[in-house]
Design a protein around this ligand. Sequence first.
Ligand code: BTN
Length: 235
Amino acid sequence: MSVHWHSEAHQCVESTQTILKQKAIEDGAPEGVVVVATEQKSGHGRHGRSWHSPPGNLYMSLLLRPECPAVQIGQLSLMISLSVYQAAGDVASGLEIKWPNDLLKDGKKCAGLILETELSGDQVDWLAVGIGVNVVDAPEEGSRMGAASVKLNDLKDLILEKIDQNYDLWRQGHFDEIRDKWLDAAHEVDTKMEIKLGKQREQGYFHGLDDNGNLRLKSDDGNVRTVSAGDVYLV
Ligand code: BTN
């Protein structure tokens, strides 16, 4: 079953994510609503960080209503990051995914995702997915995707097409296929990494993903623990 995408384009906004969430909350907007902007004044990322949003890059937010328990949001996060990777991979090279959902170009971040949700009890009511791709401009610590000639509208459509395919796979219960493709596109098992969550830091080795897309981290003594949130730094 395909999602019926309905895109709304803006010039300069505070944040596409804020507009989309407002539509979900106040208007009960349906699955498939997409908000795109040329520029954002208050683009935001995960963990309350701001997102560099000058004209020339892609800023989009889309609404899903996946009817699943909250514990499966990690699966959807991987599904979307795989889709962005596949779409970007059609127009650029040297790309890799980093858990949970960053896209790297030559080791530096060139796209990021934020997933924000509202629950009804344990069930997901709506999921607002924000996607930012550094197509022509990136902050110092990041990188450009490296496909300056791609039209932003074409890249947006490509991302929506890949999400459509992978979401369908997910709805049919094939998260295992998505996870396998994600693992092929990401850092290798046993890659050394540091995970930061708030003031906590932990080092270990990437040990794959669990059934809900959480990261498995192996420590030097061989113990494996599951991590559901945090920033990963490849060491
Ligand atoms: C991250 O890696 O921290 C996530 C970045 C997400 C940025 C996008 S840009 C479009 C949408 N609007 C926002 O304000 N944020 C997301």
